[in-house]
Design a protein around this ligand. Structure first.
Ligand SMILES: Nc1ncnc2c1ncn2[C@@H]1O[C@H](COP(=O)(O)OP(=O)(O)OP(=O)(O)O)[C@@H](O)[C@H]1O
Length: 194
């Protein structure tokens, strides 16, 4: 199946505010879609709809494969050393330690394996959240401001990881204020929807 994620006529209401309605989109294997727009436009809300964490007020969201979400919450146990915190998720995602090794290499975090998550810097924590996504093996990546706090080298690693994932048949939904230099990127300007 080429289409991994579909929105059909989706409306989103947060609080008592209609953020958007009648939104349809398709994310195919190998595809990447950039959600852009000003603060409060609804980028994170759309990501949460895609993850199944929010219900659409109207319309339908269809996920044909597993999703992995990286948002502002790292979702890694702050008390555990980084590697053990990642291994917790690897068990849930039923992937082996090699997947975690490879993902840690991809984000250059191998040398921080024994450092408690709470002691990681902002950028390191962002990279750790991406390791969790990369290692998960989920075909659909949902990335909400993944590069916030990342230095240039880390951003380049993120772009390379996205390219490798797409080349492997995965797809990426990205909410960001910047295109990050990701090639061949479809986009939705959320600022124009309401
Ligand atoms: N739990 C909530 N309850 C009520 N309103 C909410 C809730 N979460 C977000 N909102 C509102 O929904 C709107 C869209 O928020 P959202 O986080 O999706 O925007 P965004 O485009 O990701 O913004 P930013 O660029 O600042 O991250 C905002 O007006 C926000 O106040």
């Amino acid at each position: 199946m080429t289409e991994l994620l579909l929105f059909d006529g989706v409306a989103c209401i947060r609080g008592d505010r209609l953020l958007f309605e009648g939104l349809s989109l398709t994310l195919n294997r190998g595809g990447a879609l950039w959600l852009r727009g000003p603060n409060g436009a609804g980028k994170s809300s759309l990501i949460r709809l895609a993850a199944g964490l929010l219900r659409p007020a109207a319309g339908m969201v269809t996920r044909r494969e597993r999703t992995a979400l990286a948002d502002e919450a790292t979702a890694l146990d702050p008390e555990r050393p980084l590697r053990r915190a990642l291994d917790f998720w690897a068990r849930i995602d039923t992937v082996d330690g090699h997947a975690v090794d490879r993902a840690m290499d991809a984000m250059a975090l191998g040398n921080l394996a024994d450092v408690p998550v709470s002691m990681l810097s902002t950028g390191q924590r962002k990279r750790a959240a991406l390791v969790r996504v990369i290692a998960s093996g989920a075909p659909i990546w949902l990335l909400d401001e993944p590069a916030n706090g990342m230095d240039e080298a880390a951003q380049a690693r993120l772009v390379a990881a996205v390219a490798a994932h797409r080349a492997n048949g995965g797809a990426v939904l990205l909410a960001s204020h910047f295109a990050l230099g990701i090639p061949d990127l479809a986009e939705i300007d959320m600022g124009t929807l309401t």
